[in-house]
Design a protein around this ligand. Structure first.
Ligand SMILES: Cc1cc2nc3c(=O)[nH]c(=O)nc-3n(C[C@H](O)[C@H](O)[C@H](O)COP(=O)(O)OP(=O)(O)OC[C@H]3O[C@@H](n4cnc5c(N)ncnc54)[C@H](O)[C@@H]3O)c2cc1C
Length: 456
């Protein structure tokens, strides 16, 4: 680590994993760090929520990385506080539960023999066509049809992708899917199952992972504790304005329930949503930048947790629910990740609803969301409503950046504008509008810290 006598005031906006990782790196290098987080706890999308004696992540969060340094960084933060969890998931299609990742027999059973034959012939036709002339792919639909065939697209990709992203597959950018094929778990699972496409272990298919017994939020809590040994993390404090002059950020306004504070600093790190960052600039950006900001969208999420008077419901890590008539996208049972997540003899199910802020799901009342979730869990044969004794709803804004066809033009425009500011550094999934997982968010925060330290 580069240590120096030069000490800078670094202001970090957002206390998710990216902002906190930057804070840890800078604190370790002896820099002065202040983190500002609008929520009442740190961790952002990777926080663990407490509700009475129950704990749950915002959709079960599995930490996995191929990068040994990142793995060691997280293990050091957790100080040995982790267990190893076996991954066991299922997918529910055509009224049946199939092992997930799919196995060849599953995939065949799932589709039936005639459809499987059609899928294989479609796939072969696309491969032959592509060997003569590589098809130009613009959307997720183009790309999946070219690589898997139309039948597979219709069965395995269309409904789930549209459920997750909230737009039709021909409007989801190809760039996202082609770069993410290793992470597109359904795609790899299907291709492996039907064509034995690759025997390699890909990150989404690993069968063991480490997990903090008190929930994934312990990683962020550990980082906060480390930063606070020498520096400050302000929770419940929202950044509301960012002032600049001569291509430098000069100061920002942060508000809590008591007052608004004017904060100055030498370097500013932002892990808050990129469109918020730009719209808070004072003086305001030119109109073409504001137009670009209005075109970038995030997908939001509603988490409904149902508390049950039962020891256990499943033995699963996740259960995927791709079908359209089932409004939930995925569920998990936190007690299968760690028994500390619920009081003895009780368990809970966490359901994820992908939505847009202010749509019907987002605007539903807690009672409506609870009864819809209980109804669907009963329909799946998992629970009986007599077992339910409590529920907890969490609405999560900006959970997924949406990569709509054409987004890149607007995104590049915004990046060019932000690059003008010499002491502004953007980082993380939400801050950079990237489909980052935990490991990438941590790495991007640490990279920003290294860059600031190297430039001292
Ligand atoms: C449902 C779901 C499941 C996931 N599962 C996994 C998984 O299994 N494995 C995995 O590796 N990854 C998973 N991820 C991804 C993982 O959650 C993210 O990569 C990671 O948490 C991103 O961290 P971040 O710091 O970049 O962003 P964020 O967590 O979004 O942090 C940004 C922070 O900024 C704060 N903020 C926003 N505006 C302001 C403001 N004006 N002032 C101050 N603070 C502000 C927010 O409150 C937030 O804390 C999942 C994500 C989702 C949505």
């Amino acid at each position: 680590m580069n240590t120096t006598n030069v000490k800078k005031e670094v202001i970090i906006m957002g206390g998710g994993l990216a902002g906190l990782s930057a804070g840890v790196g800078l604190s370790r290098a002896g820099q002065s760090v202040s983190v500002f987080e609008s929520d009442s706890q740190v961790g952002g999308l990777s926080r663990t929520v407490s509700h009475g004696d129950f704990r749950f992540d915002l959709g079960g969060h599995r930490f996995f990385t191929k990068n040994k340094e990142t793995e060691q960084f997280v293990k050091d933060i957790l100080k040995g506080e982790y267990v190893t969890v076996n991954r066991k998931s299922k997918i529910y299609m055509n009224n049946k539960f199939f092992d997930y990742p799919l196995k060849p027999a599953n995939a065949l059973l799932g589709m039936g023999i005639p459809t499987t034959v059609k899928a294989i012939s479609d796939y072969s036709r696309e491969r032959i066509k592509n060997s003569f002339r590589e098809k130009e792919c613009i959307s997720l639909e183009d790309w999946v049809v070219a690589h898997f065939g139309r039948t597979m697209f219709n069965i395995y990709f269309k409904e789930y992708s549209e459920k997750v992203w909230g737009i039709e597959c021909h409007r989801i950018s190809e760039e996202w899917v082609s770069r993410r094929i290793e992470g597109l778990s359904l795609g790899v699972a299907v291709k492996n199952a039907l064509f034995k496409f690759s025997g390699r272990k890909v990150p989404t298919l690993v069968d063991k992972f480490i997990y903090p017994p008190m929930g994934i939020g312990r990683i962020s809590d550990g980082m906060k504790e480390e930063i606070e040994r020498k520096n400050t993390v302000h929770i419940n404090t929202r950044v509301s304005e960012i002032s600049h002059s001569n291509s430098m950020i000069t100061n920002m306004v942060a508000k809590n329930c008591n007052a608004a504070y004017d904060i100055s600093g030498d370097e500013f790190v932002s892990s808050i949503p990129i469109n918020h960052l730009v719209s808070m600039m004072n003086p305001a950006p030119p109109d073409d930048i504001l137009e670009a900001v209005s075109k970038l969208r995030y997908r939001d999420l509603v988490i409904v947790t149902i508390m049950l008077n039962r020891e256990r419901v499943t033995d699963l890590t996740w259960l995927y629910l791709p079908e359209k008539d089932m409004p939930l996208g995925r569920i998990h049972e936190p007690t299968n990740w760690s028994s500390c997540m619920a009081p003895k003899g009780k368990t809970h199910i966490v359901a994820e609803y992908f939505c847009f802020k202010n749509d019907d799901i987002w605007n539903s009342t807690d009672e409506e969301l609870t009864s819809m979730t209980v109804k669907h869990l009963e329909k799946l044969g998992l629970i009986s409503k007599e077992d339910v004794f409590d529920s907890c709803i969490v609405k999560v804004a900006k959970a997924y950046p949406v990569f709509e066809v054409g987004y890149n033009e607007y995104y590049s425009r915004i990046l060019n504008y932000l690059n003008n500011f010499k002491n502004l550094h953007i980082t993380g999934r939400t801050g950079m509008f990237k489909y980052y997982n935990i490991d990438h968010a941590i790495e991007s925060g640490r990279e920003v810290a290294d860059k600031i330290i190297q430039d001292l």
